[in-house]
Design a protein around this ligand. Structure first.
Ligand SMILES: Nc1ncnc2c1ncn2[C@@H]1O[C@H](COP(=O)(O)OP(=O)(O)OP(=O)(O)O)[C@@H](O)[C@H]1O
Ligand SMILES: [Mg+2]
Length: 315
């Protein structure tokens, strides 16, 4: 039951090195959570520099995700976290009136604080996230009981999770400090927030993922799981493999690279399990990619956890 601890959280940050499958894992977790009856919001963070198209949106058959949550699949809403949106929400919440918010932005001290280095971007994102976590239904239940976030590259993830501590050293009182503490409460309490680190079973990505786990833990994030993605299927038992190695002639041979990959996979999984930083979830390499990989992974998660609405409950 490695998925349940993830699904029990309110806010889940999915992080990892580029290209390992973060977005696919995010989308599949969202779908699995929705199938388990959660009110799911899946979100990504705007990349102001690149204005890149959204892969997360495409995994739900769309081009882009708007800043306001929109239904993208049964039980799943999607949105984009954007600096502007978050900053405006923040100022709106603090000053109630738009004109006052604008006046406040003319205040030199506040402007300096808001634009203090790269934190400006993260603060906007952080606040929009907090705003979404706070949203409630008319009956008082949370609007989103599973908010899963497709994080950008490793460095940006840590910039976001380290933000509250860093800014709280500068501002101890007032609405910014209050928002930071509230957000920190959600993220750093293991009952409500966690990170999921995605990697692939290769030496360098494994090393980087272990470093990321350390970085996240240093910012007081609980790492609920390390997802080892694209694990190739190994058709051999240990004895068969030993027998095969004896039969193979030395030198290059068609298929030897695949055997070497299987070996790297075995070593990688052993290393991750040995490091024992977090439960390790080995997700297979599927034949399909894109939306097909999301569907396959969702089904795999459901079967793994007995979460499926149909068929998955056998275990
Ligand atoms: N388990 C899997 N089996 C097969 N294909 C997969 C699997 N996981 C991901 N993929 C495919 O690998 C590619 C990269 O996945 P994805 O876009 O999720 O990675 P990412 O970490 O979000 O990348 P980026 O750094 O570009 O944001 C995609 O084509 C995706 O469909
Ligand atoms: Mg991605």
């Amino acid at each position: 039951m490695k998925l349940q601890p993830i699904l029990d959280r309110r806010v889940v940050l999915v992080s990892g090195k580029g290209g390992v499958g973060r977005t696919t894992v995010t989308a599949a977790l969202a779908r699995a959570a929705a199938a388990a009856g959660k009110r799911v919001l899946v979100a990504e963070i705007e990349e102001p520099a690149t204005q890149a198209q959204s892969t997360l949106a495409r995994m739900f058959g769309r081009e882009v995700l708007p800043v306001r949550p929109t239904l993208v699949a049964p039980g799943v809403h999607g949105c984009m976290l954007a600096t502007e949106e978050g900053t405006e929400q923040f100022l709106g919440d603090v000053f109630r009136v738009q004109t006052l918010a604008r006046l406040a932005l003319r205040n030199a001290a506040l402007r300096r604080l808001l634009h203090a280095g790269p934190s400006f971007h993260e603060m906007g994102i952080f606040y929009q996230l907090l705003h979404l976590v706070r949203q409630e239904l008319p009956d008082g239940r949370p609007r989103w009981d599973f908010l899963v976030l497709d994080m950008p590259a490793t460095g940006h993830t840590l910039a976001l999770t380290a933000l509250p501590d860093i800014l709280l050293r500068l501002v101890r009182r007032g609405p910014i400090a209050a928002a930071l503490r509230e957000g920190q409460g959600w993220l750093n309490d293991a009952r409500t927030g966690c990170a999921v680190v995605v990697t692939i079973p290769e030496p360098l990505p494994v090393t980087e993922s272990l470093e990321l786990v350390e970085g996240l833990q240093a910012t007081r994030m609980h790492v609920a799981a390390m997802v080892v993605n694209k694990v190739p299927e190994d058709p051999f038992s240990a004895e068969e493999r030993a027998a095969l190695d004896e039969l193979l002639p030395p030198g290059p041979l068609y298929g030897k690279e695949e055997l070497a990959r299987l070996e790297r996979t075995r070593v990688s999984l052993e290393r991750l399990r040995g490091a024992a930083r977090a439960p390790v979830l080995a997700v297979p390499q599927f034949l399909a990619d894109g939306q097909g990989a999301v569907e396959a992974m969702t089904a795999w998660f459901q079967a793994e956890e007995g979460l499926g609405l149909s068929g998955g409950g056998a275990r």
